[in-house]
Design a protein around this ligand. Structure first.
Ligand code: HEM
Length: 560
């Protein structure tokens, strides 16, 4: 057999040789062009880019992947990295070629305010794969339409009508805490709060139930699945190709991949898709719902004011994003507040005393209208929100003409629209680009790179932890919300962001927090599980994810 090989090879050689040489040349050329492109891009980003004069690590200026490397290879939380970089480079730091972050707490209102109708950054918000939804529409105009449709459902008066639903969910949550105590065990209150918030959202938005709170040890598959997915989504913000692949992962493959995370996510998607399809097939399905859901609003011609109704994809995107936006955030807020109260005995006693006085008979559960008037409970919640462990620097695109932030002029980048003279060309570089002729290399240089616009952001943590805004900012001091400085504290509180893209679910978040905390500190005598010491250390993805031992609490029911 081997004897025929040399003969065969000599026959094939003339065919193979020219092909392989050709391939080799093509491959070499592709690699050379790729390397030259990467080198030239890095050179442009460091020396010629409109943001070239802003300080920051050289490699961060050269490529967006430097930040990905810090986050995913070195494993640093972006919250810690931002602190380090500001300590080294000062108020403004260039985190990516087109991304600036600010430390000065006054920058927050300069970026996020009612007048600034700035777009969101595509790279980050497309990572969720739900680009036709309230939180992920990058254009202000699209988001405004959607907010106008959904806002009535999230108004205070609508939320008040849903009190019984929230009460029902908190009763189940309390029952689970009591059962755990009866079994001689502490509860994983972090998972518990997240299950509670997930159940409230599922009922409130879709009139569907996952019964996460009833899962043994609060280890509901949907909560664990979201935990598994968050870092993947976070990685997607660095690559649109990866985002594309992740969001088009075929259901059949997910089913057979043997991953419980994927399986749970696809089960949730199936549940929501089946509901949407049933409603689209037969809109009278909506009449069967126990209460108005998001679909009543989204599919209402009156609410849409004559505009086309959302597509099936848009309905699915909205369903997904509301769960993503509302469940983990509320769970983290509740955990943070509980952690601080249980680590401050004086706060704990004062809170319990206020609740006992306002809610003397355990069976006579007070309404939210009464709870929200309790000054100390309110102070504890506000102070806990101020201590919210981290937040991404929600990125906004600087509009044409640039902006002044923290005393510096921030150019908008050069948009392709400059070439058609449709936008003002106030920055020198934009003016030069607009004036350039398509036959000049400068035209093409700027044209190629102009897709990248300037993006700015500030994590609200820089406001909340600033000694300019709050005295002794590192300390948990609910009393600051009761004194003369309360008004200033309120004005600086930015946990729900500010301006036209601030949190849509703020009223729902508050009723959940007041109800859950009032129950925890009135119906129970909660004590830390000392055998499982916790810190509030986090890794920042889109939401902060606690690392290390989760908060465990013994919840002994109060007997009267
Ligand atoms: C304590 C709990 C919560 C916190 C700290 C919080 C915080 C925030 C923040 C900072 C933003 C701005 C995000 C951005 O700029 O991209 C936001 C937006 C949003 N939140 Fe919340 N949130 C909470 C609870 C909720 C709840 C319960 C819902 C209900 C579904 C919700 C729905 C939304 C939506 C839809 C947006 C997008 C608004 C837009 O882009 O126009 N949030 N939230």
């Amino acid at each position: 057999m081997f004897s025929i090989l040399p003969g065969a090879m000599s026959q094939l050689a003339p065919l193979l040789k020219p092909v392989s040489v050709q391939h080799w040349h093509v491959l070499t050329a592709v690699i050379a062009i790729g390397l030259a492109w990467a080198f030239f891009t890095a050179f442009y980003n460091i020396y010629l880019h409109p943001l070239a004069h802003f300080p920051g690590p050289r490699l961060a200026a050269a490529s967006k992947f430097w930040l990905a490397y810090q986050e995913f290879v070195r494993g640093i939380s972006l919250s810690d990295l931002r602190d380090e970089l500001h300590a080294q480079y000062g108020d403004i730091v260039r985190l990516q070629p087109n991304l600036l972050h600010f430390a000065n707490p006054h920058a927050y209102n300069e970026i996020y305010n009612v007048k600034n109708k700035w777009d969101k950054d595509t790279a980050v918000y497309r990572a969720f794969g739900m680009d036709e939804s309230s939180a992920c529409f990058v254009k202000y105009k699209d988001a405004k339409f959607r907010r106008d449709v959904l806002s009535p459902m999230f108004s205070r008066s609508s939320i008040l009508k849903m009190q019984d639903l929230i009460q029902e969910r908190v009763n189940i949550f309390s029952g689970a805490l009591a059962a755990k105590y009866a079994a001689g065990k502490s509860s994983n209150i972090y998972l518990g709060f997240r299950c509670f918030a997930t159940d409230v959202l599922m009922h409130f938005c879709y009139d569907k139930s996952l019964e996460a709170t009833r899962a043994p040890d609060f280890e509901a598959e949907i909560v664990l699945a979201l935990d598994g997915m968050i870092p993947v989504l976070s990685l997607c913000k660095y690559s649109s190709v990866l985002a594309f692949l992740v969001h088009r992962f075929p259901a059949w493959l997910a089913k057979n991949a043997g991953s419980p995370v994927l399986a749970a996510l696809f089960r949730l998607r199936k549940l929501l898709t089946a509901q949407i399809d049933a409603i689209l097939r037969n809109p009278s399905e909506l009449e069967l719902a126990a209460h108005p859901t998001i679909y009543h609003a989204l599919l209402s011609p009156e609410a849409n004011k004559g505009r086309p109704l959302p597509s099936r994809k848009s309905l699915m995107d909205e369903a997904g994003i509301l769960l993503g936006a509302g469940a983990d955030t509320t769970g983290v807020a509740l955990t943070t507040i509980t952690h601080h109260v249980l680590h401050n005995p004086a706060t704990l006693e004062r809170l319990k005393a206020e609740l006992r006085a306002a809610w003397p008979v355990l069976e006579d559960v007070p309404r939210y209208e009464m709870l929200e008037k309790l000054p100390y409970l309110t102070a504890v919640i506000k102070e806990g929100l101020r201590m919210f462990p981290s937040a991404i620097a929600h990125p906004r695109v600087v509009p044409q003409g640039g902006a002044v932030i923290s005393g510096s002029f921030i150019p908008s980048g050069v948009s392709r629209e400059c070439f058609s003279f449709r936008h003002d060309v106030t920055t020198p570089r934009a003016a030069a680009a607009a004036a350039a002729s398509p036959s000049s290399p400068f035209f093409w240089l700027v044209y190629i790179y102009s897709i990248v616009q300037t993006v700015v952001g500030q994590s609200f943590v820089f406001v909340h932890r600033s000694p300019i805004m709050y005295e002794r900012p590192e300390e948990f001091l609910p009393e600051r919300w009761l004194g003369p400085e309360a008004k200033a504290c309120e004005a600086a509180l930015s946990v729900f962001s500010k301006g036209p893209r601030s949190c849509l679910g703020v009223n729902l978040a508050y009723i959940e927090m007041y109800t859950a905390l009032a129950h925890l500190f009135r119906m129970f005598d909660p004590k830390l599980d000392e055998s499982r010491p916790t810190s509030l250390k986090i890794k920042e993805h889109f939401v902060p994810v606690f690392v290390g031992e989760p908060l465990h609490v013994y919840c002994r029911p109060v007997v009267e």
